[in-house]
Design a protein around this ligand. Structure first.
Ligand code: NDP
Length: 328
């Protein structure tokens, strides 16, 4: 028996409760992990509140990521005592996840805890930060250099946005942060944004093509924001799209693609192959300033996670949330 959040299906929708969970709830897996820290990502907010049907098996322990220590293993790559990190693979959606003190998963899904990070720091980064790194890697592969011009980051105060700003600034890029919370401008500038813009400038329907501005874009918002970002990206520039905080639609035209040769990269962290994950974590260890990481991180316990999940979806959470699972 161990402590955790369990989502059950009830007539009115989902019911998420902190409770004592029996081991029999956990699915099969060749590695068992004592979870030390987890996090709240946007998708965890959707799962816990039931706002979107991301949970596809009940009962379900939410939590799309965790860091902890291996306690049982029949997988060749892992032995008892190894420190590990998990992001994605449907964990917290179809397979019980990280917001409980024990997780049982496939060893193939795990990566070693990077030596540069504690378990808490790895989860302060979490899936949001690892996805931000995947976005940065996409812009780098497109050969976008700091001298090419400004990089737009949308949903700037969120987890992906905050980590993306810190990474891009460290790499020498000029970052423009788009946010609905202009009152947080000092926070965004402290992370490394050189300019902060009101997200309202991007969220309304815009022209098929506009004045060229961005050398690159990291978009967490989708919908008109993504369409407008594409329409104002420079000739041969690139947009890395990873999110839908503003909507899943993409009301755009082909104009920026066929007239300006821009490229739209889709970023998926959930099923990314192991080599890509290892590269992303290696680059996070090198390029993320841990003092900035600390400044963007709020720590909570499991018994606060359900309330904070609702705050997250209301856009009231700044940066990242880590959950002290072991200490709860
Ligand atoms: P957060 O909730 O931490 O951040 C989202 C941010 O988006 C908010 O802080 C807010 O920023 C902005 N926002 C919220 N609502 C709206 C709205 N209606 N219109 C415009 N902007 C809005 O989420 P994460 O950073 O964890 O995730 C961001 C997005 O990326 C989510 O859609 C998530 O599902 C997706 N994601 C995708 C992954 C993948 O593998 N593709 C992995 C991880 C996340 P501000 O207040 O600054 O405007």
């Amino acid at each position: 028996m161990f402590k955790g959040i369990l989502i059950t299906k009830v007539e009115a929708g989902y019911l998420a409760q902190l409770q004592t969970i029996d081991d029999s709830v956990l699915p099969d897996g060749d590695v068992q992990v004592q979870v030390a820290w987890s996090t709240l990502n946007y998708k965890d907010g959707l799962a816990i509140t039931g706002k979107s049907p991301v949970v596809r098996r009940f009962p379900m322990v939410p939590g799309i990521d965790f860091a902890g220590t291996v306690t049982h293993s029949s997988h060749a790559a892992w032995k008892v005592g190894d420190k590990v990190v998990l992001n994605g693979w449907g964990v917290g959606e179809t397979h019980c996840g990280g917001l409980a003190q024990v997780a049982r998963v496939k060893g193939d899904w795990l990566v070693p805890l990077p030596a540069a990070f504690t378990e808490r720091q790895a989860m302060a980064i979490g899936t949001a930060g690892y996805t931000a790194m995947l976005c940065v890697l996409a812009l780098e592969r497109h050969d976008i250099k700091p001298a090419d011009g400004e990089i737009l980051v949308t949903g700037a105060n969120g987890g992906v946005g905050s980590v993306a700003i810190a990474l891009l600034a460290k790499l020498g890029y000029t970052v423009v942060a788009s946010t609905g919370r202009l009152a947080e401008s000092d926070y965004l500038k402290a992370l490394g944004a050189t300019q902060v813009m009101d997200r309202a400038e991007l969220s309304a329907p815009g022209k098929a093509i506009g004045k060229e501005r961005w050398a690159g874009v990291i978009d967490t918002v989708g919908s008109h924001t993504l369409a407008n970002a594409c329409a104002t990206t420079q000739y041969n520039g690139a947009v890395a799209a990873c999110g839908l905080a503003g909507g899943m639609d993409f009301p755009a035209t082909v104009a920026p693609f066929i007239l300006r040769g821009i490229t739209l990269y889709g970023i998926d962290s959930v099923m990314a192959p192991l080599a890509v994950r290892l590269q992303a974590w290696e680059r996070l260890a090198r390029d993320l300033d841990v003092s900035k990481l600390e400044a963007m991180t709020r720590e909570i316990r499991l018994d606060q996670a359900i309330d904070v999940a609702a705050e997250l979806l209301q856009g009231q959470v700044r940066g990242r949330v880590v959950v002290d699972v072991a200490g709860s």
